[in-house]
Design a protein around this ligand. Structure first.
Ligand SMILES: Cc1cc2nc3c(=O)[nH]c(=O)nc-3n(C[C@H](O)[C@H](O)[C@H](O)COP(=O)(O)OP(=O)(O)OC[C@H]3O[C@@H](n4cnc5c(N)ncnc54)[C@H](O)[C@@H]3O)c2cc1C
Length: 387
């Protein structure tokens, strides 16, 4: 698997989860290949995953999670890597619910946290994070969705796009403009879909269509001021704080996809025969496999360093950006090489590498594109912002 376990408890947690995924999740993933997984089926999956530390592993026991029993970011990224290895789609749902749970635990008013965090931890509820808009991607400062104050309520109007979990979502953390100052005018507002209704429409993508990525329409939705998360005007600061963690998770998505592509390529190279021997015996194939394996492990090491720093409470903005940048670009390269090793079979839907290559292409985009990660790394090196 490539993990470097720190202790026996970590090994048992990851091995046990791997066995569960092979037995119970892989068949579902095969059944729904490129098809939308209905919400009740996804709920059933999430209810099982949370028992292994997915979503729950980064929330403290005091708030109903499994954190504090040896489960930490380091262990959490290992578990998450195993999930991605089996399914990028399901990992997206888990990723968003995980960071929703982190946000609710750390920043939500107690009334919101106590009411909604248990549902995320049990796998019953789904959350979405709405930052991006049709005209707002890399530059979060340009958010246009407005939350106008009306007594003790906000009235929210705007459109969000690319929102993971959008159609599934029972709740939305909407980043809205509550003031004109570009940096201090953004606020996170919590919406319960049944009380503060919004519409969603799924977006069809090159891959990742077994889960929901959606447009979200907010048409004068009235939400109590008490639903502000993390303080009015603190939305930008809190988003950037969360990015440090969530980028490491997207890096793990790159790692999981790349590792699966490598394993599929190794298996194929040992079976497929050309010119009188298995293709693994051709030096150019062997070189390609060596290149892929080195990229997979380099990605894992960058992720492990960032997770270690986060566990130690050391700021890791640059290290998280490096992990995200490298691991997601590695996924694109490794998945492409895996297709190449499969020859013609690599582009058919009979083999997994075709799907992995499509999934990999997505990863350098969300949670800050590769270019944005490069700009963050450059700024950390020079102290000069080039954006
Ligand atoms: C599958 C998927 C899931 C997503 N999930 C969510 C979600 O749950 N919630 C959410 O809010 N958003 C989500 N997003 C949106 C995602 O965060 C944005 O797509 C991303 O930030 C890029 O924004 P954009 O697509 O508008 O591209 P743009 O910002 O328009 O960028 C276009 C191109 O220009 C480049 N570029 C932009 N600015 C600069 C610069 N200063 N210097 C150099 N190059 C630059 C970019 O790197 C890119 O190559 C998701 C996106 C995808 C694809």
């Amino acid at each position: 698997m490539g993990h470097v376990f720190r202790n026996e408890e970590q090994r048992m947690a990851v091995d046990g989860f791997r066995r569960f995924l092979d037995k119970e999740i892989e068949p579902v993933v095969r059944e729904y290949r490129d098809r939308y997984i209905p919400k009740d089926v996804m709920q059933g999956i999430m209810r099982k995953l949370v028992q292994f530390g997915i979503v729950t592993g980064v929330v403290s026991e005091a708030n109903g999670g499994m954190g504090g029993t040896g489960r930490d970011w380091q262990t959490s990224v290992m578990l998450f890597e195993e999930l991605v290895y089996s399914s990028m789609d399901i990992s997206v749902v888990a990723l968003i619910n995980t960071f929703g749970a982190v946000l609710l635990e750390r920043l939500a008013p107690p009334a919101i946290r106590e009411r909604y965090l248990p549902g995320l931890l049990s796998g019953d509820l789904f959350l979405s994070m709405g930052i991006s808009e049709p005209d707002v991607g890399s530059n979060v400062l340009e958010i246009k969705t407005r939350a106008k104050r009306d007594g003790d309520h906000y009235v929210i109007k705007g459109e969000k796009t690319w929102i993971s979990n959008g159609d599934y979502s029972d709740m939305l953390v909407c980043t809205a403009r509550t003031g004109d100052d570009p940096k201090r005018g953004l606020t996170h507002i919590f919406l319960d879909r049944s009380e503060h209704p919004y519409e969603s429409r799924n977006i069809h993508k090159i891959a990742g269509n077994s889960q929901s990525t959606a447009q979200i329409f907010l048409d004068d939705v009235r939400v109590p001021v008490a639903n502000v998360i993390g303080g009015e005007g603190e939305g930008l600061k809190n988003t950037l704080g969360l990015f440090e963690l969530s980028r490491v998770y997207v890096a793990v998505q790159g790692l999981g996809v790349a590792r699966r592509a490598l394993d599929e390529a190794v298996k194929y190279a040992k079976e497929r025969r050309q010119h009188g021997k298995v293709i693994a015996g051709h030096q150019l194939i062997s070189a390609m496999l060596a290149d892929m394996a080195t990229r997979v492990d380099a990605a894992r090491l960058l992720i492990a360093r960032a997770a270690d720093m986060i566990d130690a409470g050391i700021p890791a903005e640059m290290e998280a950006a490096m992990a995200k940048y490298y691991a997601t670009e590695a996924a694109v390269k490794v998945a492409r090489q895996a297709v190449q090793i499969h020859g013609g079979n690599g582009v058919t839907t009979e083999f997994l590498v075709e799907k992995l290559a499509r999934e990999a292409i997505i990863l350098p985009i969300p949670e800050g594109t590769s270019q944005i990660q490069q700009l963050i790394i450059g700024r950390a090196l020079t102290g000069v912002a080039a954006f």
